[in-house]
Design a protein. Structure first.
Ligand code: MTE
Length: 321
């Protein structure tokens, strides 16, 4: 079940209680730090079986990143806007790869979770994703903490992969097996689902880097606000830095909003625009552009501009007090 609108969506860090849970294969597997292990196998010099204390003895990292669900892979162009911003703690995958020693012919990293179940007409499948070795070694972290606490069972306890610049589908929970291979795996979640043809391209590619996107969070969709000056605000994000966000009220044209810089972590960026709302109903939209020049489309794709409706209430005091 995807919860798209947390009760306190306006915070920079999303409380863990409000982070969406996306389990494709049913309830989370029952794992704990005493019995969990991670095997590293395939095209490596030294196959490994790491336990939790060994993982914790490796170099640690901590960073904040947007955590966004791509949406239902059976309906890849439908916006779901399930997005949060969380702080992860864990071990860079590079440290584990160094222990195992990839062989020269290794090109791909397969990441597999401990969960199995039925999805998309297949039964007894595992959750498997893959990334090019260079990319995985540079980006992926084996996370054991979320917002300063151990991962909760639904979020991958005790250890999950996190690919901070990519859609959440790549961040394999309950990580139990890493395989180094010469080829991509043919699997439900790698080659049959979570693939798409990007605008301007003809070949289908795996769903990886996040799209440019933004979400209006204040005022809340469907809310009433006093007429007059109102701060229109929300967050924008992308796999690269967002360089501008524009806001449009009732088709009055796109106006640039003030936008925070991204900083070293791939966190979301807050935007805000004070706007004088006349009494009555309003349609408010936001549109982000990133440093790669990508702009949110007006309609028709999963990252189409976000739109909210609000009603500005005229003051009931005739004097305006
Ligand atoms: N990992 C495993 N093992 N099983 C899953 O079903 N779902 C993926 C990803 N990792 C999934 C998984 C999807 S589609 C998303 S969006 C994120 O986990 C969701 O992470 P969360 O539930 O911690 O928010």
């Amino acid at each position: 079940m995807i919860r798209t609108d947390p009760p306190t969506p306006d915070l920079f860090l999303t409380p863990v209680d409000e982070v969406f849970v996306r389990n494709h294969l049913g309830p989370h597997p029952r794992l704990d730090t005493a019995t969990w292990s991670l095997t590293v196998e395939g095209l490596v010099e030294r196959p490994l079986r790491l336990d939790f204390p060994t993982l914790q003895s490796l170099p640690q990292t901590r960073f904040t990143a947007v955590h966004e669900c791509f949406g239902n892979p059976l309906h890849p162009t439908v916006p779901t806007r399930a997005v949060t911003n969380v702080e992860w703690a864990g071990v860079p995958l590079a440290a584990v790869l160094e222990l195992a020693g990839p062989l020269p012919e290794a090109r791909h990293v397969w990441l597999e979770g401990a969960d199995t179940g039925d999805f998309g007409g297949e039964s007894g499948t595992s959750y498997l994703k893959d990334l090019p070795l260079d990319l995985a070694g540079a980006e992926v972290v084996l996370a054991h903490g979320m917002n300063g606490e151990p991962l909760r069972p639904d979020h991958g306890y005790p250890v999950r992969a996190v690919a901070p610049l990519m859609f959440g589908t790549n961040s394999v929970k309950w990580l139990s097996r890493i395989v180094l291979a010469a080829d991509r795996p043919d699997h439900l979640f790698t080659t049959r689902l979570y693939t798409r043809v990007l605008p301007g391209e003809s070949e289908s590619r795996p769903v990886r880097e996040k799209d440019v996107s933004s979400k209006l969070l204040a005022p809340g969709d469907g809310s009433s606000v006093p007429a007059g000056t109102c701060e229109l605000a929300g967050y924008a994000w992308s796999s690269t830095e967002v360089t501008s966000v524009e806001v449009s009220v009732d088709d009055a044209g796109w106006q640039p909003a003030a936008l925070d810089r991204r900083g070293p972590d791939p966190a979301w960026q807050r935007f805000r625009l004070p706007y004088d709302l006349a009494p009555g109903p309003h349609r408010i939209r936001c549109r982000a552009t990133d440093s790669a020049g990508r702009v949110q489309p007006l309609a028709g794709d999963r990252n189409a501009v976000h739109e909210i409706r609000v009603v500005a209430e005229a003051s009931t005091h005739p004097t305006g007090r």
